[in-house]
Ligand binder design. Structure first.
Ligand code: IMP
Length: 211
């Protein structure tokens, strides 16, 4: 069975990719305790995803997938973007609940923004790096998935994580924190990116000499 490493310690992400990549053994970084911790230093989701996938493929010698994602708010010129996880900085660290501090900060920043101008997108870049096997060369792909929606004025729902309680996807009546995980996967930025990568995987494995 083909084995793929997903550059994450989040069991939820591993389960999601496993559901999408039927018949492929997906392992996370817990299986590689010495794997490098790769800082997200690039200015784009795509750059960070590729950085992580390359580092994990080099470390493990196995086909590797990494993702980077965030919330891009129109009225904030696309921010927090790649800074989504760290938006509230040291203040958020000090509160002990960084996700809530990040979400509160975005709500404050949008306090005076009218209802019709509160558009945003969750964006996810996913990268696949298949190391060279034998005489064939390595193969790399990056894809992007987006979910458009609106930033609400107050949190709703207890599911999900991060900015989910204030994100209402276009065409939906519930926030992504009010949906079951599978419902969110079906429309989410990460689900779309992972499904796009899944479609590229068979050719990528063959081109790099893995099957
Ligand atoms: P990462 O891709 O795991 O580095 O996530 C970056 C950050 O973006 C997270 O910490 C969240 O703040 C935000 N984010 C990314 N995807 C989602 C999502 O599906 N729901 C809520 N917040 C998200």
């Amino acid at each position: 069975m083909t084995r793929i490493v997903l550059a994450t310690r989040n069991p939820g992400k591993i389960a999601e990719l496993e559901r999408i990549l039927d018949g492929i053994d997906v392992v996370g970084l817990a299986a590689f305790p010495d794997a490098p911790d790769v800082p997200e230093t690039e200015p784009t989701f795509e750059g960070n995803a590729l950085l992580k996938a390359r580092a994990i493929a080099a470390h493990t010698g196995l086909p590797s997938v990494a993702d980077d994602s965030g919330l891009c708010v129109d009225a904030l010129n696309g921010m927090p973007g790649v800074l989504s996880a760290r938006w509230s900085g040291r203040f958020g660290d000090a509160t002990g609940d960084k996700d809530t501090a990040n979400l509160r900060l975005v709500l404050d920043q949008l306090g005076d923004v009218a209802d019709g101008r509160r558009g945003a997108a969750f964006v996810c870049a996913a990268a696949l790096v298949v190391p060279a096997n034998g005489v064939r060369g390595a193969v790399e792909h990056t894809v992007e998935g987006r979910m458009r929606g609106t930033v609400l004025r107050a949190p709703r729902g207890t599911g999900g994580f991060g900015y989910d309680p204030v994100f209402l996807p276009d065409g939906e009546t519930r926030t992504t924190a009010e949906m079951a995980p599978e419902e969110k996967d079906a429309i989410s930025h990460r689900g779309k990116a992972f499904r796009a990568l899944a479609g590229l995987l068979p050719d990528a494995l063959a081109a790099a000499g893995h099957v």
